[in-house]
Each structure stands twice: as structure tokens, then as C-alpha cells.
Design a binder for this molecule. Structure first.
Ligand code: FAD
Length: 379
């Protein structure tokens, strides 16, 4: 059950999604950058500080509140939801792993939305096989220098800070990877946008090159030996909110199609009076109910600190597959109208493809799930 503080926060997120995000989203899909003032507004209601403890200026809310906030935003624009939660997650990681003085210096900008942040593992030559990363960290007096390139990173177009994963040991060694908090405004950093026919503006996709970028010792957030394990644990949470975001995109599309079916007439009656039209929506609603239930199970397992690895992976694979399958069907249920940019269908269809890659691609997760027995009762 949500407490009063969460309820109040989520009501504000709903109003923000409806009144601020929805009117802007079509322009982002045409490539227009998000106005920085919108990030400040989002941060103003707490979207970059949800799980950050109150002692550090955050809202101190639960993982569930974060998942629901992500879902509410993604129902309107998946990209913006991803951008905000990625900044949020860096703020949270800073609280957990940075020296307290450094945290208190860096957090105000992130929590006020005047700075954004990203988490960078992927490189041009290493995605699924993250341990094969080429980005190297070498010790120098007082700290480290980082050399390498990161690509396909949420927020990299504008982020001020990045948690960069880099190899300190031999190439290919998971245990040699450490995580550094890098100032992306350093002159040794060159950033670039990454674009595609599926819009990347609101998610802020980009990359950057590090040319012997200096990083002081205090910014080594996760030393070699702990970083890879920490990111794998953190990513379980990300899989659950991405699953919820996919469910939310399908929920939004289903509601619009249901409402359209009440008024659009074909052959002398509303669309929803045609059984074969209704069946498509009914089958979507059934699969959607199952997908939300799996997300809920994964949230509950997180709340009770159970082993969430398989549930998180299954919730994501299932919800991504649902979105990839059902969003085009729902678009078509609207006829040509479904293509209009005033509706989110086309944006969500593209977003489902992105969701299939971020925080563990479907193929990688299926590899793990092949060894999972989800049977809940004693047979
Ligand atoms: C919009 C967007 C935002 C992103 N944001 C971030 C971010 O913020 N931070 C970050 O670090 N990364 C980010 N990524 C990168 C994402 O994590 C990678 O795309 C993902 O890990 C897959 O890596 P790859 O694209 O290099 O594909 P590859 O690793 O080259 O794989 C290609 C395809 O083959 C499949 N495949 C790979 N190996 C196997 C195998 N052994 N068996 C079967 N199939 C296999 C993969 O699933 C994939 O479908 C983002 C990606 C996108 C599209």
C-alpha cells in the first residue's frame, strides 16, 4: 500500500505527465530537444530524488513509488521517463557509494534538475558482453585516468556526471571492472548525440570519448571486484521498472483504443460492437493483466528482499514482448487515426524496441530464464 507521501507524489507525477509532458512529447518524437526547464520542473516534484534519503535532500520514498512514477511517465513518453530515472539512479548511487562530503557537493544540482546524469557501460565494441569493455582506468598519483569510449547511453547528450565502468585489470575480466564518477564537462571528454529513425531526443541518447580523463581518487565509487556485482544487482530494479513502463504504454494505448471504439462507426455501428474488433482488445487486456501481475510479484519480492533475479528478468521479457506485440495491434485497431502524433501509438511502438535492449536485452535474459522453474506450488 502506498503511504500518504507516495500518494501525494504520484498525484503530482500524474498531473505533470498530463499537463507538461503530453503536450511536448510529439515534438520530441520529431527530434526537438527537451527544454532544460522541464527537467527542473520534473525535479521540483521529486522525480530525481524519489529514493534519495531525506537526510540528503531527497523524498525518501520506496522502490514501488519509483516504479509507479516511471510507469505514469512512460504511459505518455518512455524516453523522458528513462532520462529522469537514470539521473535519479545516479543520485541514489552517489548517496550509497560516494564520500559524504562529495555527495553533499554534487547532489543539489541533480536533485534540483539543473544537472542530469548517466550510467555508462556500453561501448561501440561491447554491449551484451559488458565484461569485454575496452575503456581502461590507470592509476596516477592522486587518482586515475580513463581512456575509452561509451555509446548508446541515456542522457549522454546533456549529462554533467556519468558513472563510467572501466577496466582496471586484464581485458575480459569482470572482476577487474570499477565504476568512476566522471565530470563530463572535463576538457578530456568529447560527447556526441546518437540518433536513429526511432526518436532518441527525450531519452537523450548519446556517447562520449574519454581521452585520458583525470578522475580523483574520491570519485572511485565502486572498486574493482565490487562494481560488476553492484551493477548486476541494480539492474534487477531497472528491469522491473522497464517492465512496468512497457505495461503502462500498453495500458495507455488500450484505453485510447477502447474509448475510440465506442464512437467510431463502421458498417452502421460503433467499432466495439464488432466481435472480431473487440476480441483483439480482449486478448490484449488479458495478457496485460498477467504482465502487471508479474511486475507486482517482482516488486513484492524486492520489498521483502527475496531473490528477484529471475522474476525481474521474466517481468521484463514478458512486458517487452507484450508491448512489441500489442502496440502495433492497438495502433491498427484505431485505423489510420492511430498514426496521428496526437496519439502515443507510434512513439510507444518505437519505445518498445528500445526497451527490448536496455537493462539486459531479451536474448540475454532468456538465456538466464531457460534454467528457471517458476512453479509456485508443491506439485
Ligand atoms: C536507446 C538506448 C539507450 C541505452 N542506454 C544505455 C545506458 O544508459 N547505459 C548503457 O550502458 N547502455 C545503454 N544502452 C545499451 C544497451 O544496454 C545495449 O544496446 C544492450 O546491452 C545490447 O548490446 P548491443 O546493442 O551492443 O548488442 P550486441 O551485444 O551487439 O548484440 C546484438 C544482438 O544479439 C543478441 N545477442 C548478443 N549476444 C548473444 C548471445 N550470446 N546469444 C544470443 N543472442 C545474443 C543481443 O541480445 C542483441 O539482440 C542503451 C541502448 C539503447 C538502444
Amino acid at each position: 500500500m502506498a503511504d500518504d507521501a507516495s500518494r501525494l507524489f504520484l498525484a503530482e507525477v500524474r498531473a505533470f505527465a498530463r499537463d507538461v509532458v503530453a503536450p511536448e512529447a510529439p515534438a520530441w518524437a520529431r527530434g526537438r530537444a527537451v527544454d532544460p526547464a522541464l527537467f527542473t520542473r520534473a525535479a521540483g516534484i521529486g522525480l530525481t530524488s524519489i529514493e534519495v534519503p531525506a537526510a540528503f535532500g531527497g523524498l525518501g520514498l520506496s522502490f514501488r513509488a519509483k516504479v509507479e512514477a516511471c510507469a505514469i511517465l512512460a504511459a505518455v513518453d518512455f524516453g523522458l521517463a528513462m532520462a529522469l530515472v537514470n539521473t535519479h539512479n545516479v543520485a541514489r548511487r552517489i548517496v550509497l557509494s560516494a564520500p559524504p562530503d562529495l555527495a553533499r557537493t554534487l547532489l543539489p544540482d541533480l536533485l534540483s534538475g539543473t544537472a542530469s546524469a548517466c550510467t555508462a557501460l556500453t561501448e561501440p565494441g561491447a554491449g551484451s558482453d559488458a565484461a569485454a569493455m575496452q575503456c581502461r582506468a590507470e592509476t596516477v598519483p592522486g587518482g586515475w585516468v580513463l581512456k575509452g569510449e561509451k555509446s548508446w547511453i541515456v542522457n549522454a547528450r546533456h549529462a554533467r556526471h556519468s558513472i563510467v565502468y572501466a577496466q582496471c585489470g586484464e581485458p575480459g575480466q569482470g572482476a577487474g571492472i570499477a565504476a568512476f564518477l566522471v565530470d563530463l564537462t572535463d576538457p578530456a571528454v568529447t560527447r556526441y548525440p546518437v540518433d536513429s529513425a526511432i526518436p532518441q531526443a527525450s531519452i537523450g541518447t548519446g556517447g562520449f570519448r574519454l581521452d585520458r580523463c583525470p578522475v580523483p581518487d574520491e570519485r572511485l565509487l565502486l572498486p574493482a571486484g565490487t562494481a560488476f556485482k553492484a551493477i548486476l544487482e541494480e539492474i534487477n530494479g531497472a528491469r522491473i521498472y522497464v517492465a512496468a513502463m512497457c505495461c503502462a504504454m500498453v495500458s495507455a494505448a488500450l484505453r485510447i483504443a477502447q474509448s475510440y471504439g465506442e464512437t467510431r462507426q463502421t458498417f452502421g455501428k460503433p467499432l466495439n460492437q464488432h466481435a472480431s474488433w473487440r476480441e483483439k482488445l480482449a486478448s490484449c487486456a488479458t495478457a496485460l493483466a498477467a504482465a502487471w501481475a508479474l511486475v507486482e510479484t517482482a516488486i513484492l519480492a524486492t520489498e521483502t528482499r527475496g531473490d528477484v533475479r529471475h522474476l525481474a528478468a521474466a517481468a521484463k521479457v514478458n512486458a517487452v514482448g507484450l508491448a512489441q506485440r500489442e502496440l502495433p495491434t492497438l495502433l491498427h485497431a484505431m485505423g489510420a487515426e492511430g498514426l496521428r502524433e496526437t496519439y502515443p501509438f507510434a512513439r510507444h511502438v518505437g519505445a518498445a524496441q528500445i526497451a527490448a535492449l536496455t537493462d539486459g536485452s531479451t536474448a540475454m535474459l532468456l538465456d538466464r530464464l531457460g534454467r528457471w522453474d517458476p512453479t509456485p506450488i508443491n506439485l
